[in-house]
Design a protein around this ligand. Sequence first.
Ligand code: ZN
Length: 323
Amino acid sequence: MPLRLSELLERIRPSGTPGAPSEGQQQRIDADRAEELAELAEVLRQYEEEADALVAAANERASGRVQAAEREARQIRSGLADQVAVVQAERTVSWPMPPTDGFPDRGGAGPTATSRGSDPADALDLLLAGNKRFIDGDNTTCTDAAIRRAETVEHQSPIAAILTCSDARVPPQLLFDQPLGHLFTVRIAGNTAADPVVASLIYAIRHLQTRLVVVLGHQGCGAVTATIEHLQAGTDLPGELTPVLGPLVEPCRLGLDRPGDPITNAVEANIDAVTSKLRSLEPLSGSIEGQPVGVVGACYELTTGRVSLLGPAPPGPETVATG
Ligand SMILES: [Zn+2]
């Protein structure tokens, strides 16, 4: 243990000898002073070492407390996230879930076949209600994306199959405000009924228990416009686009023949043609497993965001509003 500072100061204080010291006395005094100063320097060095050790120990304790606080904060955050997930899950319960039992490729338990969305008219009600939220800017589904992602890892139970154009401005999940797993979408430029498209829709009906197919055309369709331009110019369709534009030729001819805007006419004629074709196919008409299946035509308006039904409403126990 080093000397106390007060002791050191006492030891190096001048002795107070009266009169001028002799040369020999002065040399001894200087030697004593030098020795005292060296001893003081050593004591100060030891104090510095002790101070450094104290600072290091304090830093270590503070670091430990910081790490403990960080662990506690992580636990609190995790707990809050769990609580938020529970609240969101409770809110998500209000989402009508289609039936999830009765088919071998559907995993997990779910509501019974009497749930909302299990017949075409009910499913259409859900879509139109979602479209109203979209128009009003009240989309709700994105906030539940993480929960819905977890819920749909093992299975999908789409309430409707949407056949629509590939146009980037016509995203079905957004404009119908439907969460993950609710819509089975088949997209092709011009929303025509090519064989793979039809097969995809049949898959949804037969294997996913989807009971509503919506053929969704849209205002200002580029594929329809391109086809009309070729018809008006009397030019052949580009070879590489023929598989997509070819099925649009007949509806576009009808559109040109009718009074009014030819593009709007052709879009509606195409929706009508595709809807009629799908309705003529056995799995997509009538009923399956004792449940009605419906195909409905609709048109999406880019300017307003509104989806309007074309033609008759799908079958169901309730009257479907088509406004
Ligand atoms: Zn289009």
